[in-house]
Design a protein around this ligand. Structure first.
Ligand SMILES: [Ca+2]
Length: 122
């Protein structure tokens, strides 16, 4: 018999407090994450560096939507610009896989590159 005390089944139910504090069941509003005022989460984890990074990184689904929208707008040109000819051909051949993979892997910096590309070329 195994017991996993770190697994939680509960989430945050109130949409105005959607963020579950790390290592806690407490839910807080997004505006209290990394706002410079500790104490919203137990152990001040609302101001923890890891929490702040996670809060600033866009959700994977949003990045995926962004990629699809960019692709609809620019086509393969966008991927060639970002990743070169070889990889952009692979992306072209299996878009669902690559959109998912890229959305998982994307950092804020790469996303900024894409946004800049859009601003310059549209
Ligand atoms: Ca706070």
């Amino acid at each position: 018999m195994f017991f996993y005390p770190h697994l939680r089944l509960s989430g945050c139910i109130d949409p105005s407090e959607p963020f579950q504090c790390p290592q806690s069941e407490k839910c807080i509003a997004l505006q209290f994450i990394c706002d410079g005022h500790p104490g919203d989460c137990p152990g001040n984890l609302d101001e923890n560096e890891e929490t702040c990074i996670a809060a600033k990184r866009p959700a994977k689904e949003n990045i995926e939507k962004f990629l699809q929208a960019e692709y609809a707008l620019h086509g393969t040109k966008l991927f060639t610009f970002l990743f070169g000819h070889k990889l952009s051909r692979s992306i072209e051949e299996n878009k669902p896989f690559w959109f998912d993979t890229l959305a998982s892997a994307f950092s804020g910096n790469q996303l900024t590159v894409m946004i800049n590309y859009r601003l310059v070329n549209c």
